[in-house]
Design a protein around this ligand. Sequence first.
Ligand SMILES: [Zn+2]
Length: 189
Amino acid sequence: MSITIPSGLVHNGTGIPDLCSRHGEPASLRKPVKFWSKPPTWAYFLILLGALPFLIVTLVMRKEVQAQAWPFCPQCEKLHRNRLIIGISLIALLPLSFVLANAFNEVGPLLILLAFVAAFAGIILQSRGTYRVLPWGFVSQDGSAVDFPKAHPNFVAAAQAAYAHAAQQYAAWQASQHAGYDAGHRPAG
Ligand SMILES: [Zn+2]
């Protein structure tokens, strides 16, 4: 399920349920997280010119929303730990492959090539395990909201209920302000 939450609410945590947005389970940990926007589609054409122009445009155009205390569940903590350990182990194969390539001359280049592929996979895995990436939230291009395209249904339901409750309270508050205003300005008869 997907849900879009205004950036202000993501930042201060109002209306964010005490549930993990990925697994829908009760939060066991709250961490500050920075959500980023995806690069605009046209930026991907810059990859044809090289990685650097793409990186520069991505960094310049990037919108950021800082959540002060985003909820994470025990499953997230496990996912984070496993991806970090496996990712670093894969990256660590690279220096090892240089040592082994020396020992086994004939297959040396192949070993190094495989180790590069493994290290690349390790970097991706490790980055997908960071607390910034685990909730799978992306800031909109104008920075006004954070979109969670794969949010857990429990999280979506709880967030919508909290949002509706806040909107109701605001409406009631507004109505009471108006009632007070009308009462105060009613001509004495
Ligand atoms: Zn979780």
